[in-house]
Write a protein that binds this ligand. Structure first.
Ligand code: ZN
Length: 165
């Protein structure tokens, strides 16, 4: 199978059967990002928990979205890549995805990032179409935004108590 059609197959598969879709609780931050040039939208929540070493781990990334197949498949592939990872590592993966999107279809870039990006490397072909790059990047921007908000808001949770008289 041609690489290009294999990539298309992966994207369509994520689009048809999105991984981790749905908004879940608990979460520390929720963001809504839009890509007006294409009409794509995503609402994304992050749930961050500290591991035993005190490092923030992305315990869950939940989302709802609508729009083109690239935008919706991208968030599904991202979900697979980042859930369970330490936040800095997940954001670094996002940087690598950004590099892929700037590769203008250079196959050697995709090859180098293949192990790191897993299914997300299938978006390599998108980098040839400047108008579609934003579709693929939207979910990663949302993740970066939500993670930053969650971490800056991080403080010991005080339960309101729910004392309704
Ligand atoms: Zn789009």
């Amino acid at each position: 199978m041609q690489l290009e059609s294999m990539y298309q197959e992966i994207i369509l598969d994520h689009y048809r059967n999105p991984h981790g879709r749905g908004l879940r609780e608990p979460f520390e931050a929720e963001v809504h990002h839009v890509n007006p040039t294409c009409g794509d939208e995503v609402t994304l929540r992050v749930h961050i928990e500290n591991d035993t070493a005190g490092d923030p781990i992305l315990s869950d990334v939940s989302y709802e979205g609508m729009g083109c197949s690239i935008s919706q498949a991208s968030v599904s592939a991202m979900y697979d890549l980042v859930v369970g990872k330490p936040v800095p590592e997940a954001l670094e993966t996002g940087e690598h995805f950004m590099t892929l999107m700037q590769s203008k279809g250079d196959a050697s870039v995709a090859e180098k990032l293949e192990d790191e990006l897993e299914d997300a490397v299938a978006f390599a072909g998108v980098s040839k179409y400047p108008a579609r790059i934003k579709c693929a990047l939207m979910s990663w921007m949302a993740l970066k935004d939500a993670s930053a908000r969650a971490l800056s808001a991080a403080h010991p949770t005080t339960t309101p108590g729910g004392a309704e008289a």
